[in-house]
Design a protein. Structure first.
Length: 183
């Protein structure tokens, strides 16, 4: 017959997590490092349980992607490094433009002839779009769940940037995201 154990918590006073040994199979948490540990009954500090976290991740800005010398009304298809799955908080651009973020290259290609100001088709793979009349940040409230939907998911986020200004310009775009999926 299989044995099942139920975890419960209690504060252990002044025990130093780095020195704590505990009983075999006992779980404990190190609040300084945020790591969950498993006691083997002999190793000080226990054994780190990897592959999970304390549940909290930090937001991070993906590397800025740049559309260089983009002609007025021209579009650049670019790839920005994000995550396989992520929450999108905002898109920032430094010039007037129309930015579209997709879940796959095929979705971006299928949407390439959609006119400015018209809505996307249902289930098009468009995650978000933002129109900038000047430099700024568009915040999504609430944040959006986003993911790469390639047959083998990658950390690439396909985007399209259209120069809505009246002259050629170099446009920088940045996403603020929170990683939700490992890999």
């Amino acid at each position: 017959m299989a044995t099942t154990f139920k975890a419960f918590t209690s504060k252990m006073g002044g025990a130093n997590p780095a020195e704590y040994i505990g009983r075999t199979g006992e779980l404990f948490w190190d609040p300084a490092s945020g790591s969950l540990r498993l006691s083997d009954g002999s190793t000080p500090g226990g054994i780190a349980i990897t592959g999970i976290s304390n549940g909290f991740q930090a937001r991070n800005n993906t590397p800025t992607v740049t559309a260089t010398d983009l002609a007025a009304n021209a579009t650049a298809n670019l790839d920005i490094t994000a995550h396989k799955g992520y929450a999108l908080y905002s898109i920032t651009a430094d010039k007037p433009c129309w930015v579209r973020l997709y879940n796959s290259n095929a979705s971006r290609t299928a949407d390439q002839n959609r006119p400015f100001g018209s809505g996307p088709t249902p289930n098009s793979g468009l995650i978000a779009e933002a129109v900038f009349i000047s430099a700024g940040t568009i915040n999504f409230t609430p944040g959006l769940f986003a993911y790469n939907n390639e047959s083998t998911p990658t950390t690439t986020a396909p985007i399209a940037v259209t120069n809505t200004g009246s002259t050629d310009q170099t446009i920088e775009v940045n996403l603020t995201v929170l990683k939700l999926e490992q890999g």
